[in-house]
Design a protein around this ligand. Structure first.
Ligand SMILES: *Cc1c(COP(=O)(O)O)cnc(C)c1O
Length: 357
C-alpha cells in the first residue's frame, strides 16, 4: 500500500495524534473487519466465527512472519508483547547458571519478569555496556542469551541489532516499539511484538515470532490453551478477542516499509522544532532514524503538561521513571506516524509554549 493510501485509510480524527508509540490510529478497513467479525460472532457463535476467520488470521501470521523473513508457521498470537516476552523467557532452554545479557533501557515490565525469573531459575543477568544514550557498546563473552528492546519505549534510539547478531549469541528481540518504526533485521532467535503501536492494529493483540530452529527446543507452555496444536500455535492464547486478531491481520498486510522514511523524517523535523520550546530539551540526536522524540525539563511537570496538551487536542505521552531503569525524570514523548504533517508539528510547538506547567 502506498504511504498516501495508508494515511487516507485511517479513521478520521479531530485530534493532532502524536502518540503512535503508545497506540496508533487504526484504519477504517481494519475497524470494519473487526466489527464484521463481532457481528458474525453474534450470529453464528464465537467458535464457528473463529473457524470461518482462520484463513484470514493465517494470512496475518504470514504477513507478520514475512517482516523478518520467516513464514506464518513461525508466528504465535497473544494479548501483547509483554505476555509474549514472558512466555518465551519461561520456555527458553536455559540451565541454572545461564548468563543473559540485558540493558538498562529494558522495558520496565520485562525487566521485572527477567529479575523474578532469574531469581527462581538461577540465571545471571549481565548488564551490557551502553553509551550515554543507552545504545549497546559491547556484547560480553560467554552469554547464553541476549535480550533488549530494539527501540526502547522511553527513547528514540535504535540498538545495533546486526552487531549483536554477528556475535552468534541467541537474541530474544523486543520489537514492540520497533516493528513498523524502524527496519527490523532477520536472524534473531525470537521476536516479541505488539499490534497497537506502529502497525496501527487494534489493542490487546501481540505476537511472537520464533526461528524454526528453536520450535522443537521450546517445551509446552504451562497454560491451558493451544492443546490441540503441536506446532508453535501451542503458544497462542486460547481464549481471546478474535476480532482483534482479524484486525491485526489486515493491519499487518497493509503496513508498508515505505512508511519508515516518512515517519522518521517527521521526527527529525519535530526535534529541530521542539528543542528549547518553553525550556524543554530534546534527548535524541536530530538524525537518529526513529519516530520517537522525548523531551525533558529542569522544572516543568511532564504529566501535568501532557494533561493540558491532551485537553487542547494534542495526543502525546508522559513517561514515568518506572518505564525503565535509565529514566531519571518523567519525560514527555512525541511520536510521529506517517500521518503527521508539518502543520501538526508547528501547532504542537505553539501549544507546548502555552501548555507547559
Ligand atoms: C509497549 C512495549 C512493550 C509491551 O507491549 P504490550 O503490547 O503492552 O504488552 C514491551 N516493550 C516495549 C519496548 C514497549 O514499548
Amino acid at each position: 500500500m502506498s504511504v498516501s493510501a495508508w494515511v487516507t485509510d485511517r479513521v478520521s480524527t479531530d485530534r493532532v495524534h502524536l502518540d503512535v508509540a503508545a497506540c496508533g490510529r487504526i484504519s477504517q478497513a481494519a475497524l470494519e473487519v473487526e466489527v464484521a467479525h463481532l457481528q458474525r460472532e453474534a450470529e453464528v457463535g464465537g467458535y464457528v466465527a473463529e473457524a470461518e476467520a482462520e484463513a484470514t488470521v493465517t494470512r496475518g501470521r504470514e504477513a507478520l512472519g514475512a517482516m523478518v523473513g520467516l513464514d506464518g508457521s513461525a508466528v504465535f498470537l497473544s494479548e501483547g508483547a509483554a505476555p509474549v516476552f514472558a512466555a518465551l523467557l519461561a520456555a527458553w532452554p536455559l540451565e541454572r547458571g545461564a548468563r543473559i545479557g540485558v540493558v538498562p533501557s529494558e522495558y520496565g515490565g520485562n525487566a521485572r519478569v527477567l529479575r523474578s525469573k532469574a531469581a527462581v531459575r538461577g540465571w545471571e543477568l549481565v548488564s551490557m555496556p551502553v553509551d550515554p544514550l543507552g545504545r549497546i557498546a559491547d556484547v560480553p563473552d560467554g552469554l547464553d542469551l541476549v535480550t533488549f528492546p530494539q527501540v526502547p519505549s522511553q527513547r528514540g534510539i535504535t540498538q545495533p541489532v546486526e552487531d549483536v547478531l554477528a556475535t552468534g549469541v541467541p537474541l530474544l528481540l523486543d520489537v514492540a516499539q520497533s516493528l513498523g518504526q524502524v527496519e527490523v533485521p532477520p536472524g534473531a532467535a525470537a521476536y516479541a511484538g505488539t499490534s497497537r503501536k506502529w502497525l496501527c492494529g487494534p489493542r490487546g493483540v501481540g505476537f511472537g515470532i520464533v526461528d524454526p530452529a528453536w520450535h522443537d527446543r521450546l517445551p509446552d507452555p504451562p497454560t491451558l490453551g493451544g492443546l490441540e496444536h503441536s506446532d508453535l500455535r501451542r503458544f497462542d492464547s486460547s481464549e481471546t478477542h478474535v476480532a482483534g486478531r482479524v484486525g491485526l491481520a489486515l493491519a499487518a498486510r497493509t503496513w508498508s516499509p515505505a512508511l519508515l522514511p516518512v515517519l522518521q523524517a517527521a521526527s527529525a523535523a519535530a526535534r529541530v522544532l521542539l528543542e528549547g520550546v518553553a525550556g524543554w530539551q530534546v534527548v535524541e540526536p536530530v538524525e537518529e532514524p526513529t519516530g520517537i522524540t522525548t523531551l525533558r525539563h529542569e522544572s516543568a511537570d511532564a504529566f501535568a503538561t501532557r494533561d493540558v496538551l491532551v485537553k487542547e487536542g494534542f495526543v502525546v505521552s508522559a513517561l514515568p521513571t518506572s518505564r525503565a531503569d535509565d529514566v531519571d525524570v518523567p519525560l514527555l514523548r512525541v511520536s510521529t506516524a506517517a500521518w503527521v504533517t508539518p502543520g501538526d508539528l508547528d501547532a504542537l510547538a505553539a501549544a507546548l509554549e502555552r501548555c507547559t506547567r
